[in-house]
Design a protein around this ligand. Structure first.
Ligand code: GAP
Length: 450
């Protein structure tokens, strides 16, 4: 029987493992429920995504500053925010196999019994739905008691609200301004899945943008467009993205509007990032519960008000997965097919690979010298002298390296290298003295081939 071609998700998962992007966590002990570790290339990819987000959202703007708040906050934080009382999913248990499923996602769930059916379609009876809180609990200090209970944060946003006054007083900002944070969040998801799309431990990139209430609509428009464009400018195909406004029935009770930026994954359309109008709900609640005044006083208009908040909130791991899926192509060439990740150069884990054409005649030494100079220019590089040159190019295509530099006889004679572009596979001779400028210019003018 002919071997079946793996599906698109399987292809990505296996490439990630094989080439060192993502490994199953605790693999030698049999893993731990849809939890993953990031390998050498994966960690570089996450770093690029975080840098690109931070540069665009914080560094490039004069009205947004950063924050790094604690993962474990005073547990009252989560009572006030509504997470202790309401951050839950309805779940049902199968009385036969003892598996647990999300009651609102039964149509997507598979019963572990073979032949696999949907929960409830086998002989097993399902319990009535019960609310299951998604926060991870822990205890502070040596004594485990109800008074020592604390939570791992389920979102980074609340740490920002808690520091609203601190940032206001220590910076010279006034609304409209934003506070951004990237950090780990934890949710005890009932059904994690689709590789790193939904996991129990993940990184979020969130920004709370505080505005005068009358400017809510204008800033909501601005941040939706800004966040959507960030993805397309980093190479994500716009036909695979859409903006979906929430129906009134979907909105959180404090939200006046929310939109999801969705991507068409191999498993269907899914939320990549949300942009929400959170009104003054969080600041007001924390103000009331803590007794700390979180009202802003505008010295110019002499007006006191609680700012409204526009919140773009995305997941770094989900963004990285999206960049991977979207970049992956199998390109039919004359004689064979090549697998290529068409990452934007700003996102690619390796920017430039450097090869000696052959492992002799001083070429490795020269190639290492060139590689070291690119490293000094803060370029992420990779040196490889094994296998035929064509094979080395293909290995770099598969991990998305946009440029390969080859040192050959001309380099030793005339100080000229060959630069090979990943997307077009075109090769060009470039003087070693002009190589850095050439590469930086190429990176700056990159666009995805259609
Ligand atoms: N502060 C708002 C908030 O946390 P959210 O929609 O629950 O909103 C924001 O989360 C983003 O975080 C999502 O759009 C998604 O990208 C990411 N995210 C949420 N849960 C996740 C999970 N279990 N695994 C991976 N990423 C997740």
């Amino acid at each position: 029987m002919a071997k079946q071609k793996p599906g698109p998700m399987q292809t990505i998962v296996s490439l990630c493992k094989r080439r060192g992007f993502v490994y199953p966590a605790s693999e030698i002990y049999g893993g731990i429920g849809n939890t993953y570790d990031y390998g050498p290339l994966g960690v570089e990819l996450l770093r690029r995504v975080k840098d690109a987000w931070w540069n665009r959202t914080v560094t490039a703007r004069e009205d947004v500053v950063g924050l790094d708040s604690a993962i474990i906050q005073n547990p009252q934080t989560w009572v006030t925010s509504g997470h202790v009382g309401g951050f839950s999913d309805p779940m049902v248990d199968c009385k036969l196999c003892k598996s647990r499923f999300r009651a609102d996602k039964l149509e997507d769930a598979k019963c572990p019994e073979k032949p696999s059916k949907r929960p409830g379609e086998c002989a097993g009876e399902l319990t009535e739905p019960r609310e299951f809180n998604l926060m991870f609990k822990t205890n502070l200090g040596a004594v485990e008691s109800s008074s020592s209970v604390a939570y791992l944060r389920p979102e980074t946003a609340q740490g920002i609200f808690l520091n609203f006054k601190n940032v206001l007083e220590s910076s010279r900002l006034k609304p409209p301004f934003g506070i951004a944070q990237i950090g780990k969040s934890f949710r005890n998801e009932i059904t994690p899945g689709n590789f790193v799309f939904r996991t129990r431990e993940f990184e979020q990139a969130e920004m709370e943008f505080f505005v005068p209430p009358a400017e809510e609509a204008q800033w909501y428009d601005f941040w939706r467009t800004e966040r959507f464009n960030w993805y397309t400018e980093l190479g994500i195909r716009s036909e695979k993205l859409r903006m979906r406004e929430h129906e009134a029935s979907e909105l959180a009770h404090y939200s006046t509007a929310t939109a999801d930026i969705e991507y068409e994954y191999p498993f269907g359309w899914g939320e990549l990032e949300g942009v929400a109008c959170r009104t003054d709900f969080d600041l007001k609640r924390h103000s009331e519960a803590s007794g700390t005044d979180l009202v802003y006083f505008d010295p110019q208009t002499k007006e006191h008000y609680t700012p409204y908040v526009i919140e773009p909130a995305g997941g770094i791991n989900r963004m990285a997965l999206t960049f991977l899926i979207d970049a992956y192509e199998e390109e039919q060439l004359e004689k064979d097919t090549r697998a290529v990740l068409r990452f934007h150069p700003e996102i690619a884990p390796i920017t430039c690979a450097v090869f000696p054409l052959v492992k002799k005649e001083g070429m490795p030494e020269k190639a290492k010298e060139i590689e070291a100079s690119l490293r000094r220019a803060r370029m992420s590089t990779f040196y490889d002298e094994k296998a035929a040159i064509g094979k080395r190019y293909r290995r770099q295509d598969e991990v998305g390296t946009p440029y390969c530099v080859t040192v050959d006889g001309d380099t030793l004679a005339d100080d000229v290298v060959t630069v090979r572009e990943r997307d077009s596979m075109a090769q060009e001779k470039v003087k070693v003295s002009e190589l850095q400028t050439y590469l930086f210019e190429k990176m700056g003018s990159w666009s995805r081939p259609s």
